[in-house]
Write a protein of this length. Structure first.
Length: 610
């Protein structure tokens, strides 16, 4: 009998594993604006190195594709080269023995289709179409283009009020976003190449907590122009803030008792304490923005009347109605929309769910808000019903983990089939069809029925969180184009046949994040300013600290801690704890100051423009 030896990785293998992890971090922190043709070359060379070399398509074909891409980059290619590349890629895809060769060629082929203009630009003009207008990754990826390295540096110096002033230049909701922003900026933070992304949202939250109330800047001299903003959510209030700073008298029309829109009536208090939301709103109102509440457009006042009274009208009504399941019995007692449910809680209307079983359909952030709210209202059992897998959910991973920690059951791969409604017209349960993962479409795995019998899930309350729509009836009657639940505008937010009327935010883009609504509002406010005959610039007046030349040694990321799950489910108080001052300054010190080093030097100073 031969002896067996315990296999341990060689030193070379250990080093290679480290290099793979380093490569993974570099890909994750890849900034926007890189030349796609050069990136295709780099990935192709990596794929070529992974092949076994057995078959000709991989061994020879990928090498030929690589040389053709190099010819494009080196100015040696012609338009015929692109046809040859396409034919070569298709040939490899048809004949490669394994997925390594097929996928490598397919990547090149998709690039030839998807960013052909970049190839053409290299061939005809010897340069790339991408430019370095805003190369700092976190700033470029932030929808509102907040000067993130700037306010992080201010936090490190202890200038917290200045940090808030700098944020407000591009985002008038610094406190709110410190609590709930989805922080896409962290996805491409170059600190990922060293250890982990800077906790950008956490530092914004810290600055807001430690700065206290910071007064808004002075408004420009009055222009005598008047603007009506329909909707007092994050988009409407952001636009009103910037228009007021420009000197235009702005009036916000809001149908609900208080301002804030979905921030107040859609996001539970445990995620966003409403007194902290009021800090942002009060700063906006302090600029002189007027508010008219309890007025619903199409009922109490019409678009036509507003057009006569104001120089411009902005529609930012958000997406405040729910999508339907399309199942019989959907109007039964106990069947609610997540928007309706969360709005009632936001209005402090008492909803006692003690001892009840609650099922929420959907896998987004709204569904997480609904289940965690139901748990806090005393529900005996709360379940999420989702037709895909848990890792297909669109909710933030932290929200899913928080729900699970609070005792929420996640039922995946089950699609709603029919409702069990009793003679009392009350919901008693839901039948769900078991699903299995199927083909990937548009980058996402689809599902199909397994053929197994439907599963019965009892419930006293059924909450639908499958999407949102807008209330479009009045706008369609007023001649405003609406298609598939969205108001259709030009890229500027204006309408071709209705001068002076604009729209922006969720009502025109579809439901999106708070920071995207703020970004859209900032753009449309600038376009309204141009329409009114002006070109105002918003500045912060804050001097940014010089970048430090000290070494950036590896250092762990400071994450915000949370209250214990067993404690926090008993109330609606904030779940997250803020950083300490010592933690915040250490975390701010991890920033690599990409606005100063590397590509950041091409900026030529900090822009004060939109």
């Amino acid at each position: 009998m031969s002896r067996l030896e315990i296999m341990s990785p060689t030193r070379a293998r250990i080093v290679m594993e480290g290099l793979y992890k380093d490569l993974e971090r570099r890909i994750e922190s890849s900034p926007p604006g890189l030349c796609p043709v050069d990136m295709a070359r780099a990935f192709l060379e990596l794929c070529h190195a992974q092949t076994c070399g057995k078959c000709v398509p991989c061994r020879i074909g990928l090498g030929q594709l690589n040389q053709l891409i190099r010819d494009v980059l080196n100015g040696k290619a012609t338009m015929d080269t692109l046809d040859l590349m396409e034919k070569t890629a298709l040939s490899i895809m048809d004949s490669a023995d394994c997925a390594i060769g097929y996928e490598a060629a397919n990547m090149v082929y998709k690039g030839l289709i998807g960013y052909r203009d970049d190839y053409v630009e290299h061939i005809r003009n010897g340069r790339c179409t991408c430019t370095y207008n805003q190369p700092v990754p976190c700033v470029a990826i932030c929808p509102a283009h907040v000067d993130i390295p700037g306010y992080v540096a201010l936090v490190e110096e202890g200038r917290y009020a200045d940090a808030i002033r700098l944020i407000r230049k591009d985002n008038p909701f610094p406190t709110t976003c410190g609590f709930i922003c989805e922080h896409p900026c962290e996805a491409r933070c170059r600190r990922n190449m060293v250890d982990d992304a800077v906790n950008i949202r956490g530092l914004k939250r810290f600055a807001a907590d430690y700065a206290g109330f910071v007064n808004p800047p002075e408004c420009a001299p009055s222009t005598g122009k008047k603007v009506a903003v329909l909707g007092g959510g994050p988009g409407g209030l952001s636009a009103a803030y910037y228009l007021q700073l420009m000197g235009h008298q702005t009036t916000v029309y809001e149908m609900l008792p208080k301002l804030g829109g979905m921030l107040r009536y859609g996001i539970p208090n445990y995620r966003l304490p409403k007194d902290r939301l009021d800090d942002d709103i009060n700063a906006i109102l302090k600029t002189g923005v007027e508010v008219k509440q309890g007025l619903k457009i199409g009922v109490d006042i019409t678009i036509q009347e507003l057009r006569e009274q104001y120089d411009a009208v902005l529609i930012t009504i958000g997406a405040s109605t729910d999508k339907k399941l399309g199942l019989p019995g959907e109007d039964a007692d106990g069947v609610l929309s997540a928007v309706q449910f969360l709005r009632s809680v936001g209005k402090d209307e008492i909803i006692d769910l003690t001892g009840k079983e609650v099922v929420v359909i959907g896998g987004g952030n709204v569904s997480m808000d609904a289940v965690r709210t139901a748990k806090r209202l005393g529900a005996k059992k709360v379940s999420i019903l989702y037709r895909r897998r848990r890792n297909d959910m669109t909710a933030l991973p932290g929200e899913i983990e928080g729900a699970v920690a609070e005792g929420i059951e996640i039922v995946t791969l089950k699609a709603p089939a029919s409702l069990d409604v009793g003679e009392d017209h009350k919901i008693h349960g839901i039948y769900a069809t078991p699903q299995m993962i199927s083909a990937i479409r548009d980058g996402r795995a689809s599902v199909k029925p397994t053929g197994e019998p439907d599963v019965y899930i009892p419930c006293d309350i059924l909450i639908k969180a499958i999407g949102q729509d807008i209330e479009s009836g009045h706008f369609e009657k007023a001649g405003i184009p609406v298609s598939r639940g969205k108001i259709v505008t030009l890229k500027s937010g204006a309408f071709e046949n209705m001068p002076g009327v604009f729209a922006g935010g969720d009502c025109s883009s579809g439901p999106a994040s708070v920071i995207k609504a703020i970004a859209a509002a900032k753009v449309v406010a600038a376009n309204i300013d141009e329409y009114l005959g002006y070109h105002h610039e918003i500045t912060s007046g804050v001097e940014i600290p010089e970048a430090s030349l000290k070494d950036k040694t590896p250092c762990g990321r400071v994450n915000l801690t949370e209250r214990d799950a067993c404690e926090r489910v008993c109330d609606f108080n904030a779940v997250e704890n803020c950083m300490t001052e010592k933690e915040a300054k250490q975390e701010a010190g991890r920033c690599l100051r990409c606005d100063h080093f590397g590509y950041g030097i091409f900026k030529g100073g900090r822009s004060t423009l939109w």
